[in-house]
Ligand binder design. Structure first.
Ligand code: SAM
Length: 442
């Protein structure tokens, strides 16, 4: 494909033009612009799909400007030089909770933060010296003190954002660092990618037992890392991460629009891999006749019990169930949301087959998943493509799985059992979600 004929000057004009269009949209719609001040809005609320697209085009132009301003070689040097220390700084700030060590109003000294985080003052100083260059905290006028910026304050204010950093950097990040060795061992000289779960980057990374166990899958790790009361802390964080993802990407409307819930009446719904029940609770709140069983690995039951409103517990319950085992609950609807994209085809087929013993004629599978591979990716801004391509490489490292186009999901249903009849497929290119309804014709 021909390279874009851009220069610093043409990019600057493009950035100026797109910024004017974007800020006009914000102004016309009363949406406040963020700043670096602590009391800044933490995200844009109320973007339409058009304004979201406009913003992503602006991000693409700014990224091009970033590259050309440095020149090709230095842009690579700066990227390689900074990317891992940047990640490590954010991860340390988050893990040791620097966020609450600094008040939202005022400042904290390195010593105060050292006491709060239980880290040596030297480490605190060195981490902050780097992170302030990223506008995560800012140096105060008082010597050896820092204050919050809007970025660090966003983390102080949102448990969901903190969970996102923890899951993506601490849990899912390290396996990506051993991709080269994984490919060298299992793929070099072969024509096909291995799909064995024992040959993932995650399995190789944990084979050294650095976190105290040889974890076979990401879920094994998340569920079992930690001793005593700490066991399952990663799953509890993951539950909060999934709740936050729903909030950040406004997925409530995807769930509510995925089925004619009103006409489902007093249906029993099993939310398979339903995490801490955040989707089950929404459905139960909106549709008072539904009965919902949330199934997941045992540690997800802890946040479920804590977070589910008492008045809903007669209709929303938690059941520890491994979805590779036969489904024990006879239900009208089995919901699988964001489950199969974590698994290669063989395991995805097995998960669907686990449902077969419980299926009755007319019972349904409601499948909702992310479509990370669009049929026309080049029509989208690169910053949108990256959402899918980055998830895809993460899926490769963790599960030897891949982001799939809509067609591949249908094939997985077919391969699982011909008695699943697909009666509806809705793929919305603006939400990047696909909904498949399959009726059991056994
Ligand atoms: C990506 S999350 C999706 C959670 C939820 N459905 C949502 O959309 O927010 C995948 C879920 O599958 C669960 N899971 C993984 N392996 C499982 C297994 N063998 N049996 C049951 N649940 C499992 C995880 O604990 C996690 O909650």
């Amino acid at each position: 494909m021909a390279q874009p004929q851009v220069t610093l000057t043409s990019l600057a004009a493009q950035i100026s033009d797109l910024t004017q269009q974007f800020t006009k949209f914000l102004g016309d719609n009363g949406i406040q612009q963020p700043s670096f001040a602590v009391d800044s809005p933490t995200s844009y609320s109320g973007l339409t799909s058009e304004s979201f697209l406009l913003r992503q085009k602006l991000i693409d132009a700014i990224n091009d400007m970033w590259i050309l301003t440095q020149g090709p070689s230095e842009s690579i040097f700066n990227y390689c030089h900074n990317t891992m220390p940047d990640q490590a700084a954010l991860s340390m700030l988050n893990h040791f909770d620097f966020w609450s060590a600094v008040p939202l109003e005022g400042s904290a000294s390195y010593e105060d933060i050292a006491r709060h985080t239980k880290l040596p003052t030297e480490v605190v100083r060195r981490v902050l010296e780097h992170s302030t260059t990223l506008r995560l905290f800012t140096k105060s006028e008082k010597a050896f003190h820092v204050e919050h910026t809007s970025r660090s304050a966003a983390l102080a204010k949102s448990s969901g954002l903190r969970a996102l950093v923890s899951t993506l950097l601490d849990d899912a990040g390290p396996p990506l660092t051993v991709m080269n060795e994984t490919l060298r061992r299992y793929c070099l000289g072969k024509t096909e990618l291995t799909t064995e779960m024992s040959e993932t980057a995650l399995a190789l990374f944990h084979s050294g037992g650095i976190f105290g166990g040889k974890y076979a899958t990401s879920w094994d790790f998340i569920e079992n890392d930690g001793e005593g009361p700490r066991k399952g802390w990663r799953q509890r964080t993951f539950v909060e991460f999934m709740r936050y993802i729903r909030e950040m990407f406004h997925l409530e409307s995807v769930i509510l629009g995925s089925y004619d819930w009103k006409n489902a009446g007093a249906a029993t719904v099993v939310d398979i891999g339903g995490s801490g029940g955040h989707d089950g609770v929404i459905l139960a709140q909106k549709f008072p006749d539904l009965n919902i069983v949330v199934q997941d690995l045992p540690e997800a039951g802890v946040p479920f019990e804590k977070n589910t409103p008492a008045e809903l517990k007669s209709r929303v319950s938690f059941m520890a169930h491994d979805f590779f085992n036969p489904q024990p609950v006879s239900a009208d609807i089995y919901m699988l949301k964001l489950i199969l994209h974590d698994w290669p085809d063989k395991e995805s087929v097995r998960i669907l087959q686990g449902l077969v013993p419980a299926m009755r004629p007319g019972s349904k599978v409601l499948f909702i998943d992310y479509v990370g591979k669009q049929s026309n990716p080049d029509d989208l801004p690169r910053s949108i493509q990256q959402m899918g391509t980055a998830t895809d490489l993460r899926m490769l490292a963790l599960f030897n799985a891949e982001e799939r186009p809509v067609k591949a999901w249908k094939e997985i249903f077919r391969a699982a059992d011909e008695r699943f009849e697909i009666t509806r497929v809705e793929a919305n290119p603006l939400t990047f979600y696909v909904v498949i309804e399959a009726v059991w014709r056994g």
